[in-house]
Design a protein around this ligand. Structure first.
Ligand code: N01
Length: 488
């Protein structure tokens, strides 16, 4: 079994397989070290807006998180320690970028082609009975489609590829974008920069985030009592899903969410002009609701300006906005998110009969339960299409997927099959049910990274975490073709 990616998804599936004695597992990771998104996103203030005790594996509970919401270094250290303690680290081949995965109908195996990222050496090939693509949904930085971007003469970098050799102190800095990454980094860099200009295209809904050390009494109880940890996780699980409840019921619950958010935002933005500029123009929950108690106050600083006029082009001195103003800066930080809805692409993935994933997804990315794709036998996706959550912990989904992959492999072994391939009808039926569930939800009410240009949501699971766990609890053999190995 080859697993592509050694972030939370890849490590979750490796842990599940090893725990069940399926120990022929190799993980290929393009980065020089494991960690996935937490390896790459090292911008100042990088943290998780899901509470620490929920944003951690159920099978590797850490009793002593220092903060209610963990910061990147602590999460990355936790993930690497977990991989070490479960014997996964020695199975990870880092600095190895997978470029192509090809199914062979004759041998019923996958050939995985890769190249070393630190040399110009030849391509390597590995053969596996099964393939897990754990490359995530948010791994390819996206830059704005603005004329003349490369003309900028100062320093520039993306939030997910932070340049820590560059000292922002005393500099004139532009941050483009006001999503979850910007909401975390702006408060950190605002006190350093001489001047900070934040370019916002769309305002956001905010809820408070209690970014503080775990209170001493709670920390003591959680450290000592596993039962208290389980109860705390349960509480957080249901608490965080209130956002999903709001998104699913925008006319009723969504209004309450919006009112709470509006009260928080009004408190944080007493100046009516700044409030008007920062205010969202879309329903609560349509885009990701941002959890932050320090982004809006950072906009009030005397050295910070929020610009809402569109950037029309980039000049060597800085961005020019639609009002004709040029904003001269020393550094531009692109907090402009990721190329989404493409999943493992542009990796070349070729399935049965030489059919590529692009062909299979000509109508938009899709997978049965977000995991298996018809025509791509024994290939499994972690954090695949329609498994993102805007009110939940992605780790919950990853663990459900890891369990499903393991059960699918056990089914293959038990039945003496060489591979299994989800039936096209099962995939289509599931997709139809899934798409119907978006109707009437807040997700459909604006453009966001969750949706394709023609409005289909291919990123999010439309329901609650428990429903996903329920749907993936067993592999239904009637939904799969079991492929027999050809006789030699
Ligand atoms: O990216 P985004 P992100 N001019 O796509 C703007 C996860 N995450 O990196 O809203 C001006 O949300 C764009 O504007 P608009 C989380 O799932 C998790 O912040 O499209 N602005 C938007 O404001 C999150 O959802 C954590 O109009 C331009 C911003 O750039 C996902 O990652 C922390 C522009 C991009 O926001 C992505 O978050 C951080 C232009 N030309 C991230 N083009 C946790 O805490 C784009 N924008 C777990």
């Amino acid at each position: 079994m080859i697993v592509v990616g050694a972030g939370f998804g890849g490590i979750a599936v490796a842990a599940e397989l090893l725990r069940h004695g399926l120990d022929d597992v190799t993980l290929l990771e393009a980065a020089p070290a494991p960690g996935g998104t937490w390896h790459h996103n090292r911008y100042p203030g990088a943290a998780c807006d899901v509470p620490s005790h929920l944003y951690s594996y159920s099978f590797a509970q850490r009793p002593d998180w220092t903060h209610l919401f963990s910061h990147q270094p602590e999460i990355l250290a936790y993930l690497r320690r977990t991989a070490d303690s479960l014997g996964i680290t020695p199975r990870i081949v880092t600095g190895t970028e997978v470029t192509a995965c090809t199914w062979d109908d004759r041998t019923c195996t996958w050939t995985v082609r890769s190249r070393r990222t630190d040399t110009t050496g030849p391509y390597e090939e590995r053969v596996a009975d099964a393939l897990v693509l754990a490359t995530g949904q948010l791994d390819k930085p996206s830059f704005p489609a603005v004329e003349g971007l490369s003309r900028f003469a100062g320093r520039s970098f993306h939030s997910a590829r932070w340049d820590d050799t560059y000292d922002l102190r005393g500099k004139r800095v532009a941050v483009i974008g006001t999503g979850a990454s910007a909401a975390q980094l702006v408060p950190e860099i605002a006190p350093q920069a001489a001047r900070l200009t934040v370019f916002q295209r769309t305002g956001n809904w905010f809820l408070p985030r209690s970014d503080r050390p775990t209170p001493a009494l709670l920390a003591r109880v959680l450290r000592r009592l596993p039962v208290a940890r389980r109860a705390w996780r349960g509480l957080l699980h249901h608490g965080i899903e209130l956002i999903t409840l709001c998104v699913r019921h925008p006319r009723t619950v969504g209004r309450i969410g919006a009112a709470l958010s509006a009260a928080h935002m009004r408190r944080q933005l007493p100046d009516p002009e700044l409030r008007r500029k920062a205010w969202p123009d879309h329903p609560f929950g349509c885009k990701r609701v941002l959890l932050s108690s320090d982004f809006l106050p950072a906009l009030r600083r005397p050295n910070t300006e929020l610009v809402t006029d569109r950037i029309v082009r980039m000049e060597p001195e800085g961005p020019v906005t639609a009002d004709g103003r040029r904003h001269d800066v020393d550094c531009v930080i692109y907090a402009t998110g990721f190329r989404t809805n493409t999943f493992m692409l542009p990796m070349r993935v070729t399935g049965r009969g030489g059919r590529s994933v692009e062909e299979a997804w000509s109508d938009g990315a899709q997978a049965h339960l977000g995991i298996t794709v018809s025509g791509f036998p024994s290939m499994f996706l972690m954090y695949g299409p329609n498994t993102n959550t805007s009110g939940g912990s992605i780790l919950f989904f990853l663990e459900a997927q890891a369990g499903y992959v393991r059960r699918a492999l056990q089914l293959t072994l038990r039945t003496g099959a060489a591979a299994l391939d989800v039936r096209a009808e099962a995939q289509a039926r599931g997709l139809e049910r899934l798409r119907a569930r978006f109707a009437g939800t807040a997700w459909t009410a604006c453009t966001s990274w969750y949706r394709t240009a023609d409005g289909r949501n291919v990123a999010n699971w439309p329901g609650y975490m428990g429903e996903y766990a329920e749907r993936t609890r067993r592999v239904d053999p009637s939904e799969y073709h079991l492929i027999r190995a050809p006789r030699p």
